[in-house]
Design a protein. Structure first.
Length: 178
C-alpha cells in the first residue's frame, strides 16, 4: 500500500504525522510525504524537509512539493489537514481520506469528508499517532471508504467544468451588457 501524508497542519505540528509515517514504513507500506512546511520557509518561517527529525527510511519519500495530479493516482490513502484543494483533488481520483485540521475552512470540509463516507475526520488540529494509525488502517481495510471516494470521482468526472465556467461567464457578460 502507498499512503500520501501531507504534513501541513496550520499550526506547523508535523510530529504526529511523521510518527505515523514511521509506523507505516515499519509495517511495510510505502509512504510519500508532501511537506508544505518547506515552502513556508520562504513565506512564514516553517520548518524545511531537512528539519524533519531522524533518519528517513528507504520506503519513505519527502519533498517540499509534489504535484497531486501526478501523485494521487499512485496512492491508496491520503492523510491531510483537509484543505479544500487537496480534498477535492483526492476525491477526483477516488482516494479515501484521513483528515485532521480545524483552522480556516477545514473543520467544515473535514466534517463533510466524514458525512459523505469518503474518509475519516479526526476532529483535531493535532492528531495522535495512534488515532492516525487507526484511521489509516480503517480507510485501507474497509472497502466502503474507497467505494464512496470512487463514486465521488465518477460524479466529478461527469461535470464538464470548463463548459460550466464558460456558460456562467457568458451569462454574466450578457447580463452586464444590457
Amino acid at each position: 500500500m502507498k499512503i500520501l501524508i501531507a504534513s501541513t497542519p496550520a499550526t506547523g505540528h508535523i510530529d504526529p504525522m511523521f510518527s505515523l509515517g514511521h509506523l507505516l514504513v515499519r509495517a511495510g507500506h510505502e509512504v510519500v510525504g508532501l511537506s508544505a512546511n518547506a515552502m513556508r520557509d520562504r513565506i512564514a518561517g516553517g520548518r524545511s524537509v531537512d528539519a524533519i527529525p531522524g533518519p528517513i527510511p528507504g520506503n519513505a519519500r519527502l519533498a517540499s512539493y509534489l504535484p497531486f495530479d501526478w501523485l494521487l493516482p499512485k496512492v491508496d490513502a491520503f492523510v491531510t489537514n483537509g484543505g479544500y484543494g487537496s480534498v477535492n483533488q483526492a476525491l477526483s481520483f477516488g482516494i479515501p481520506l484521513v483528515t485532521a485540521g480545524l483552522s480556516e475552512d477545514k473543520a467544515d470540509g473535514n466534517a463533510r469528508v466524514a458525512w459523505s463516507g469518503v474518509g475519516i475526520d479526526l476532529k483535531t488540529q493535532e492528531p495522535t499517532s495512534s488515532a492516525l494509525r487507526e484511521a489509516v488502517r480503517a480507510v485501507l481495510d474497509k472497502p466502503n471508504y474507497r467505494s464512496r471516494a470512487s463514486s465521488m470521482a465518477e460524479e466529478f468526472a461527469r461535470i464538464d467544468t470548463r463548459s460550466q465556467i464558460l456558460r456562467i461567464l457568458n451569462q454574466v457578460s450578457c447580463a452586464g451588457a444590457k
